[in-house]
Ligand binder design. Structure first.
Ligand code: ADP
Ligand code: MG
Length: 314
């Protein structure tokens, strides 16, 4: 096995929705091309940690349990349990496909998925105002049933959706495990879906009803492992000003000062591009030597080589 090499560059890759697909069959297809791209990096000598989102998947899991509950007297599955299920399910697919692609490239490197808990502050103001939409669009009747189960629902143009709180990630509980696996030369999958949200009560970690933003948790991970590169892979090759408008302008480089100015001017979609820009800023603020990049999956290698993407610089 290819043991750890202190010269190897450490890269955190945060996978977005389009790298995973939105259902079982889409996920199988998407994860194959995603794994090929990641293995290119491993082959090029990078030490890789992969994080991923879980928006559609966690919605599916909660929707299934809530629908089942209509006819069966079962306990409600908490959000923290639902996140853990998606970490296992997505981790399984990724771990399996990465292994296969590594072997196809003649690389006998173990891949591991770490069930990751992330501590949040129960007094985080985010709990007063759930904002993160999950799951399918519901009609009035379905929404009413779910409201009776204690869920918060918000009306969107296409129907009702459940929304949950999205508090700040304070600490990654399994960080030492992630470090040890990396030092052993493994490809690590961690912090899926932003991590399982937990509250610390003495020695006990208690699950809480929330979904942590995966880009913010990934930024925390990049800082804690001293990453050399922090790459957020999403559906667009670059970040834009006036996104989707006639005067749209794609950006190759953003200083912290410019990024803050454009945030204040409202250029980045809330819950989509905004957390990515903030996550990249946090990494560069804490560790200016780290290269923080937002780009698309197919541009991963070009981005790392400085040929494309949006780089956030001090
Ligand atoms: P992911 O699922 O990859 O984590 P999202 O789909 O939530 O990410 O966010 C990425 C999307 O953000 C892009 O596909 C794009 O539609 C949208 N977006 C919003 N504002 C911008 C912007 N200023 N520049 C580029 N994309 C933007
Ligand atoms: Mg998405």
């Amino acid at each position: 096995m290819d043991r750890v090499n202190p010269v190897k560059k450490k890269v955190v890759i945060a996978l977005g929705g389009n790298a995973l697909g939105e259902n079982l069959s889409e996920q199988m297809v998407a994860i194959r091309s995603t794994s090929k791209k990641i293995v290119e990096l491993v082959k090029a000598g990078y030490q890789v940690v992969v994080t991923h989102g879980n928006g559609p998947q966690v919605g599916l899991v909660t929707d299934c349990f809530d629908t089942y509950k209509i006819d069966h007297d079962i306990d409600r599955f908490t959000m923290s349990v639902c996140v853990s299920i998606t970490q296992g399910y997505i981790g399984y697919d990724l771990q399996n496909m990465l292994r296969e692609e590594l072997l196809n490239q003649g690389l006998n490197i173990p891949v591991s998925t770490v069930i990751t808990q992330v501590i949040v502050d129960p007094d985080d103001p985010a709990f007063n105002e759930p904002t993160k939409p999950i799951g399918l669009y519901l009609n009035d009747e379905q929404a009413e049933r779910r409201r009776k189960m204690g869920e918060v629902l918000v009306k969107f143009p296409k129907g009702w959706r459940q929304v949950v709180a999205s508090p700040e990630p304070q600490h990654i509980v399994e960080i030492e495990t992630i470090r040890v696996l990396m030092e052993a030369g493994q490809v690590v999958i961690a912090c899926g879906g932003g991590g399982i949200p937990v509250q610390q009560i003495g020695n006990r970690l208690k699950g809480v009803e929330a979904i942590i933003d995966k880009d913010l948790t990934s930024a925390k991970l990049a800082n804690l492992i001293d990453a050399d590169y922090f790459v957020i892979l999403t559906a667009v090759e670059k970040v834009a000003l006036n996104y989707g408008k006639e005067n749209e302008q794609w950006l190759s480089r953003l200083t912290l000062e410019e990024a803050q100015k454009y945030i204040d001017e409202g250029h980045f979609g809330k819950g989509s591009m905004l957390p990515k820009v903030i996550a990249a800023m946090r990494v560069v603020q804490a560790r200016p030597q780290c290269k923080a990049l937002i780009t698309s999956l197919d541009k991963l290698m070009d981005g790392l080589e400085g040929k494309t993407g949006t780089v956030i610089v001090p």
